[in-house]
Design a protein around this ligand. Structure first.
Ligand code: RRO
Length: 307
């Protein structure tokens, strides 16, 4: 059975109709490159119910120097450093291609100040191709030095600055590198966030065995994959206890069962990240596995957490 288009798996997310609850994590699936590699087969069997694009910043960025990846026994560590064409380049070159995908488009943006985030939100506010915006708040605010997503006060001020700029759903992508993630989620909700997504990667480091120096060009990196799944589950559960807005849960999902567990912990949607690097069609498989588990007469009891 295919999950796509099956009314039993359809889900409403902030007013956006989705065929099933599985989407991609930002930056883990290059739909433009995949279209070139797989042609129309990608469009006919698109693996996700919505597409979240890689983070866009106001100015173009080269990203971090290599090496950018380090494989872990149960995951991956990245230090990609936000390479992207910048807002103008995205609007001119990427948006037309991404708008042709057969699913709603969510654009992930990051600013290094509240003004930059406001510029990005305003730029997409009137674009009909864009269904929702995801605010990546994992970077330090250049004005305060604080990581925006680590501090409830920073998030509250950010949201009150950008909320009036658009009617589109605003999703705040929470960082797990914060002492009180539910408090950050609650501050976002109070100032008008429509949803939160979590977890982003967890800060880690690897040393070059020959030199003892940091392996990654960016010194530290973000850990993802199976290694973080239990942490994601705990954080989704604690954020679900704190807020009433929908949650996109992610972190180490490679099976329908893992998606079902995040939904049981309070997520409305589940995002697949690292697993898509191994298998670009993983999203479709996970959605089908999830649908089979939920539909089975003797399923193991996963179900939404009453939201
Ligand atoms: O580009 C990156 O290095 C990156 C980003 Br913006 C992010 O949000 N999470 C991550 O693990 N890497």
């Amino acid at each position: 059975m295919s999950a796509a288009g099956d009314t039993a798996t359809a889900v409403d997310f902030c007013g956006i109709a989705l065929a099933h609850p599985v989407i991609n994590a930002s930056g883990t699936f290059d739909a433009i490159a995949a279209r070139r590699a797989f042609g129309d087969a990608l469009i006919e069997r698109f693996p996700f119910a919505a597409f979240v694009s890689k983070t866009v910043t106001v100015a173009p960025r080269q990203g971090n120097p290599p090496p950018r990846l380090w494989e872990l026994p149960a995951g991956l560590m990245n230090s990609i450093g936000l390479p992207n064409k910048g807002l103008e380049g995205y609007l001119a070159l990427d948006l037309p291609e991404l708008a042709a995908l057969p699913v709603p488009l969510i654009v992930n943006v990051m600013g290094f100040s509240r003004d930059e985030v406001a510029t990005l939100v305003s730029a997409f506010a009137g674009r009909d191709e864009v269904a929702a915006l995801e605010l990546n708040v994992s970077c330090p605010n250049v004005e305060t030095g604080m990581v925006m997503g680590a501090d409830p006060g920073e998030i509250g001020r950010l949201m009150s600055a950008v909320r009036p700029l658009t009617d589109k759903p605003l999703i705040v992508k929470l960082t797990p590198n914060a002492s009180d993630v539910p408090a950050v989620a609650l501050a976002a909700e109070r100032e008008g966030a429509d949803a939160v997504s979590l977890i982003n990667t967890i800060r880690g480091m690897a040393l070059d065995p020959r030199t003892g120096e940091p392996w990654l060009g960016g010194t530290t990196g973000g850990v993802s994959g199976s290694a973080v799944r239990a942490i994601a589950l705990a954080q989704v559960r604690s954020v679900s206890d704190a807020v009433d807005i929908p949650i996109i849960g992610m972190g180490g999902v490679s099976r329908g069962r893992h998606a079902g567990e995040l939904i049981a912990a309070g997520a409305t949607l589940v995002a697949v990240g690292t697993e898509s690097f191994r298998d670009p069609s993983a999203g479709a498989r996970i959605a089908s596995e999830l649908a089979l588990a939920v539909d089975a007469p003797h399923h193991s009891g996963w179900g939404p957490r009453g939201r």
